[in-house]
Structures are given as C-alpha cells and as structure tokens.
Design a binder for this molecule. Structure first.
Ligand SMILES: Cc1cc2nc3c(=O)[nH]c(=O)nc-3n(C[C@H](O)[C@H](O)[C@H](O)COP(=O)(O)OP(=O)(O)OC[C@H]3O[C@@H](n4cnc5c(N)ncnc54)[C@H](O)[C@@H]3O)c2cc1C
Length: 439
C-alpha cells in the first residue's frame, strides 16, 4: 500500500450522508483539515431517500437531548449555509386511534415534559383544527403534537452540508469505497482507499449501512441489521396544505416543498444473511417489542434477479447498489391508509416511489462517540431509521470531538461501549455478542 503524498489530515470522514457531510462542514468551519470520502455521491443512501421528518416526538429518551439540540441547529442552518433545504417547522402530529396508543402517548408526553419539550396531547377537535384535511370519520381519538418538530428535503439538505463543507475548505473524494481503517501504535492512523493510505489524526465512521464492514477492519463487530424501507410520492397539490408531518398507525405523511405528499410505510424487510443469524439473539427483544417493524423477505435474492421497478426511481436520487427497488405491495398498503385519512387527497396519483436501506442496531438508538482503547476512532452510525432529524447535530458533535473539545451534549447513553456492556474499556464482540477477552 502506498502512502498518499498529501499531508496528514486532522479528520477523515467516511460516508457522505447527512451525518458525515455535517461533520465535514463543522470540522472545516472550525479550521480542521478535513477529507470526506464517499463511495457514491452525497446523499445517495438513506440521507437522500428518507421521509424528511425532523422529529423529537416519541424518540427514545436516550436520544431525545440529541434530537432537541438538532432542532435548534435546523432552525438556523439555512441562513448559516446560505442554502435552501425545505426546512419548515410545522410540528408533528401522531394520531391515536385506540386506547393503548393514547395511554402510551400520555406516558411519553409526561416524561418529555421533564426535558422541556413542548409536546402536548390534542383532543379530536384540536386535531381537526391542526390538520383540516384529515377525515373526520377516520376514528381519530386524540393525538400527540409537538409544535417545534419540523420537516426538510432530505437530498437537498445533505447536499447543502456537502457543498458548504467544500466551500469551507474540506477536500472530498467521491466514487470509491474506503476498504479499511488503519491503525499504528495502538491508535488510528488513517484509512485505505484503493491502494493508497490516507493518514489522519482522527477517522469518523459515518458510513451508515457500510459501517459494519468498515469497523470490522479494526476488530469491531457492529451488530448491524439492514432493513429495506419504501417511500412513495404523489403528484403535487400545492393549493392544499398539510402543515405538520402526520404519523398515522401504518404510515408517515409529509407534504414536500412542491406540495406533493411523501408517504412512508411502517415496517420494512430484511434479507436473511449470515449476519441475521449471528445477531438473532441480540435482536430478540426488539422483534418482540415491535413484531411488525421488519419482516424477513425469503425471496429477496430471486426478486432482485427478476424484478423490474414498477415505477421509475426518482431522477434526483442517484441509483446505488444497496438502495434497490421499492416494494409495490407496501406502496399499495400505504395508499390505502393515506386515502382513508386524507380522502380529500385520494385522487392524487403516485408519481414515484423508492426504497432505502436502514442501518439498525439491536437497541434502536445510534452509537455516537469515541472508542476508548482505540484513540482517534469516532463512530456515528446505527441511527435505526431516524437519523435525518438528529444527523446535523450528530455531525457537529463529531466535529467537536475531533477538534479535541468535549461534546456539547451528554453522549454516555449512546456510547459505542454500551453495545458490549463493558464499562470503561472497549472490547470487540464475538459473533454471539459476548465481549472477547482481548483484541
Ligand atoms: C425510507 C427511509 C425513511 C426514513 N425516514 C426518516 C425520517 O423521516 N426522519 C429521520 O430522522 N430519519 C429517517 N430515516 C433514517 C435516516 O435517513 C438515516 O438515519 C440517516 O439518513 C442516516 O444518515 P447517515 O449519514 O448515518 O447514513 P447514510 O445516509 O446512509 O450515509 C452513509 C454514506 O456512507 C457511504 N459509505 C458506506 N460505506 C462506505 C465506504 N466504505 N467508503 C465510503 N463511503 C461509504 C454510503 O454510500 C452513504 O452515502 C429514513 C430512512 C429510510 C431509508
């Protein structure tokens, strides 16, 4: 392997999603020498394919402070970067159509009050005021509502951070995958890209679905599962507005900046890979708590060989090898619920649909922070289907850590150490998820 002739970087960021692009921007802004390495194009994976909810509501309390801090960042980021991202703080409404949902929402809201979040419970008539296009006959009993939640355009937001990073002096390389993180004398020394070694004081792994493979090169076994999720978009209807993002029982609905309704379907699919078996025990609790979150697709390999997309993927989302066909069955399922809740919009045809690969972890919250016995390594990954909202703040925090500062929010509960339950010292896990004795 040849050493790259460029001088040593302060920070190499692997992954040009919202997290990596935000980290590169903030690090460059702080005067760090940054290299961003993305194997495809910025936002090609989840960050350009998601639903666009920027939501604190109903988050796991371990990540709520991150989600709240990120909202503060979103509020000023378009002005700071001088770029439009479709940011709109229209709130988030989560509908309750049964008693059990009402009870769990009331419990969450009571706890969220301690964090200073503005979540409140709306009566059925208040819901009707907030979302006038919602059907009065859809059986909505009440809703949880957070006025400070918002929405943004995923691809545009990611590219805005990317362009601003470049403007601030970050160097970038697109179209080639980093094959390994390199170490020397017990600390991270850089990354391998092709036959070149790029040297750095710190390396940030923000590689989404590619993080597991990358971290394996330094002996870290990240128990990641990959879930395919589908999103569909109607043709625009700018004269009818739905200000808040709406979570119905099986779908999430956001009006985009053109007036289209972007609709996601709850749940997704995963292929049975060797890793799915290896991590089965770690995911047992998550699957028990939420059995509909993801189903195995036994036919996936055959479908990939024979299926053709039923609608063209969106022109503004670059095709990638991981992010394949949307699931027509799931689009149909989403449409049924969308039309039930929004009969006034029932005639809007589906203009496009697409899919993205979500990187999940067994406890459904991200890993954020440094690895204690491998100085120089930072990890920000495993956002488990909700990293677009908190992504900008996660990237900013990683830039702070790379610059030798401490994090502006407490990351203890999101630390990589939690994955193997070893306090104070990181040890990679065995295949069965049990800490190894030594590396
Ligand atoms: C369908 C769908 C809907 C979603 N809806 C929402 C939502 O409404 N709200 C929300 O908050 N979140 C949502 N999410 C989740 C959110 O999109 C992700 O959590 C977030 O985008 C993760 O950002 P990231 O930067 O960590 O990863 P990604 O955006 O996946 O970026 C990782 C990047 O790393 C690159 N990469 C990987 N390996 C390598 C390598 N070896 N070398 C170089 N580059 C590499 C990839 O090409 C990719 O571009 C959704 C996700 C999906 C798929």
């Amino acid at each position: 392997m040849r050493r790259n002739s460029s001088p040593r970087w302060d920070l190499i960021v692997v992954g040009g999603g919202i997290v990596g692009c935000s980290a590169a921007y903030h690090a460059a802004r702080q005067g760090q020498r940054v290299l961003l390495l993305e194997r495809e194009t910025p936002g090609a994976a989840q960050s350009g394919r998601n639903l666009g909810f920027v939501r604190q509501q109903n988050r796991d309390f371990r990540e709520l402070p991150l989600a709240m801090a990120s909202i503060e960042l979103w509020k000023g980021i378009e002005a700071e970067l001088g770029r439009k991202m479709g940011w709109f703080q229209g709130g988030n409404v989560a509908l309750a159509v049964d008693e059990a949902t009402e009870a769990s929402q009331a419990e969450w809201q009571a706890r969220a009050r301690d964090y200073g979040l503005d979540t409140r419970i709306l009566s059925a008539s208040e819901v009707a005021d907030k979302v006038p296009l919602l059907s009065q006959g859809a059986g909505v009993r009440s809703a949880m509502y957070t006025a400070s939640d918002g929405r943004a355009e995923p691809g545009r937001a990611t590219r805005a951070f990317f362009e601003a990073a470049v403007e601030r002096g970050a160097s970038v390389s697109l179209g080639a995958a980093v094959s390994a993180i390199e170490t020397s004398a017990g600390r991270v020394s850089g990354v391998r890209l092709g036959d070149l070694m790029h040297e750095a004081t710190a390396v940030l792994c923000a590689a989404g679905a590619g993080s597991r493979r990358l971290l394996r090169s330094v002996g870290i076994d990240l128990p990641q599962e990959l879930i395919r999720a589908t999103v569909a978009r109607t043709s625009p209807s700018p004269e009818q507005s739905v200000d808040p993002c709406v979570s119905a029982p099986l779908t999430g609905i956001r009006q985009d900046s053109r007036g289209s309704m972007v609709i996601s379907v709850a749940g997704g699919e995963y292929d049975l890979r060797l890793d799915s078996w290896r991590y089965m025990r770690l995911y047992a609790q998550a699957r028990k708590d939420n059995p509909d979150a993801a189903r195995v697709n036994f036919l996936a390999p055959l479908q990939r060989l024979y299926r053709r997309p039923h609608v063209p993927p969106l022109a503004d989302i670059p095709p990638t090898r991981d992010n394949v066909w949307p699931e027509p069955r799931r689009v149909a399922q989403a449409l049924v619920e969308f039309r039930q809740y929004f009969p006034a919009l029932a005639d809007l045809p589906i203009e496009a649909s697409w899919a993205g690969v979500i990187d999940t972890l067994p406890d459904m919250v991200p890993v954020l922070g440094g690895v204690e016995d491998l100085p120089g390594l930072l990890i920000a990954t495993g956002f488990s289907g909700h990293g677009f909202g908190p992504g900008p703040m996660a990237g900013k925090i990683m830039a702070e850590l790379a610059g030798g500062r401490s994090s502006s929010i407490d990351l203890t509960e999101l630390s990589p150490m939690r994955l193997n339950h070893v306090q104070g010292q990181f040890r990679p896990m065995t295949d069965a998820g049990v800490p190894k004795r030594s590396r």
